[in-house]
Structure formats: structure tokens, C-alpha cells
Write a protein that binds this ligand. Sequence first.
Ligand SMILES: C[S@@+](CC[C@H](N)C(=O)[O-])C[C@H]1O[C@@H](n2cnc3c(N)ncnc32)[C@H](O)[C@@H]1O
Length: 345
Amino acid sequence: MEGDSESYRQVNLANWNSRVPHHEIGYGLDAYRVDPDHLSNVIRFDLPRLGEVKGLDAVHLQCHIGTDTLSLHRLGARMTGLDFSAPALEVARRLASDCGADIDYVESELYGAIDALGEDRFDVVFTGVGALCWLPDIRRWAAIVSGLLRPGGRLFIREGHPMLWTLGDPRPDGEVVVEFPYFETAGGVEFVIAQSYVEHEGELTSPRSIEFNHGIGEILTALAEAGMRVTSFEEHRSVPWNPFGDGGRMVVLDEWELGDRPERLAASYTLQAVRTWPAAGRPARLAHGRQRGTRHGQHRGRRRRRGHEPTRQAQRARRQDVRRARRRRGAAANRTRAAGGRPQR
Ligand SMILES: C[S@@+](CC[C@H](N)C(=O)[O-])C[C@H]1O[C@@H](n2cnc3c(N)ncnc32)[C@H](O)[C@@H]1O
């Protein structure tokens, strides 16, 4: 597993595919069918920040079963949704069709998005909660975002805070404990969790996942290197699910924060950035983003030369992480602590 850049995809794809039947039931899709104005809580939360999207070409990366995508469509954007999970896109297409929404859904690995969709195509790139933790290289992600946008186009992202992703499971004594890496680490961390974040019968048929954290500095630097200028960055105490167990309290729109002194923790953030470079002025880094996303062999070679392959020490540390996580996660399988994004319906 270690050092094999394909295996995280296979593991995570199986994991996401196995969640879809449960999410189709648990995401409350009928609310969208019954009420043509219904919007997801994630989009409603950010309405004051979103600005006008009417008439804009927008892409929702890692769109899952399309609830945020449909919500943006309802706000007037011409929507494309991209995800690597075929079953998730089937549900998204069905939902869009039931709601009479014309949305283009495209099946693709995130790092292949420019090949799948084309360059300089969108006014807005949207990413919802629980997306970045599935991607091993934040710089490649930023290069993809920048390449998809037209000059002057903007990124809008609401995401779980990297500090939140460091926390262990909720504890009976209410202590909040930093347990997982804050920074991007080669190989990521493996989790085995039998339940998804919606309540469901039975266990996931593919409970393993491999997840990656990216520090705030890493995210901001990656965007800057990709020719993006951050125009707003707001940290929130809450997230649109309860990662705190009994220690959490609901605030608005099914958003949860620490019940005790919530000012201790930034749990999520909303970030906006605009592409600053003109069509002809591609940053050198961006060219890498595309090439490396499209030609896998070349990408691996580059990573080796740049020293990005995990060292033995890193591999050993990761194996220990995996063993620890397995022990811990096995015991905590029925809890709802984040295994990555916990998007809200
Ligand atoms: C937590 S969901 C995104 C949340 C979304 N905001 C929603 O509607 O709930 C994460 C999505 O990322 C997708 N995903 C994970 N890794 C991916 C990858 N490497 N390429 C493309 N999609 C990926 C999964 O299939 C899943 O649909």
C-alpha cells in the first residue's frame, strides 16, 4: 500500500461506492423533490457569502449525490458536477431529473478534471464540505482548480478545518485530543469505520478509507502558487454535522460546535479566491498540475525525483498510525466521528 499512489483511490472509491445506497436514503432527497426551492444546509449556511451565481458557469468538484450541485442550480448557476463515484452520480442524475434540473454530471478522478472538463471553462469552482481530505496533494488540487477557472473566475469552498481533522473520537470526559496529523503526510492515514455519517442499517461493505490532512498554510500557499488570490477566508466554530458526540451542541441549520467554550476550535472555514493570471500567463506550477494529473507514469517519476515518495521512516510511522487507527476505529465503529468530510444533507 505505502507509496502506491493508485491504492488510495481504489480504497476510497470502494468506500464511497459502498456509502451511496445509504446516503440515497439518509440525505433526505425527497425534500428537494417536494419543494422546488429547497436548498441544502451547506449552501444555505453560505448564502450571505456566496454572492450572485445566476447565469454563471459553475462546477462542483467531488459533488457526491448532487444535493449542493442542485442547490446551486436552483440559485441560477449552469451546473456541472464531477465525482469519481459512478453510483453517486447515478443518484445525482436521478435527483436532477426528478427535479427537472439540467445538470451535467461527469465521472472523473479529481486530478483528471481538466482532461474531463477542459481548461478555462468555469466562472465558479465550488467545493463542499468533506472533499480535500480525500486528496493526497493539495498543490495538485489547487492547480486543477486554477486551470478549470476562466481568468477572473473564483473558487468558493466550505470545508472542515484541518484542526478538526486532527481530533480523536469524542471522549466520555469531554477532553478534545489532537491525535492525527495536521500537515499533509505522504501516504495519509487509514481508517476502518463500518458506519457512514448518515444513520443506516447494517455495515458498509467497504469500510476502509485513506485520508489526508492539509494545513491552512499549505492550502493558502498552494492556491497562491497556482495563481489564485484569496479574497476572503472565514473560520467558523461550527460544522454541518456533529463530530463532538455528547460534547457537541447544535447551533443553526444542523451546524454543531463544541458545547463547552466553542471559541477554542475553528471547526470549518469558507474560503474564496480568484484566478489572477490571464489565459496566456500560465504559472509554471499549473502546467505540472495538468501533466501530472493526466500522465500517471510521468507523475510518479516526478514525485520520486522531487523526493515526495514516503521515506522508510514515514512508512513505518504510517504503519503504526494504521495499526493504532484500526484498533481505535474498530472499537469506535458505531460512533459518528468524522472519517473525513461529514457533509450535511
Ligand atoms: C463527503 S463527499 C463531498 C460532500 C458533498 N459536499 C456532499 O454533497 O455531501 C466526498 C466526495 O468526494 C468524492 N471523491 C473522493 N475522492 C475522490 C477523487 N479522488 N476524485 C473524485 N472524487 C472523489 C467521493 O466520491 C464523494 O462523493
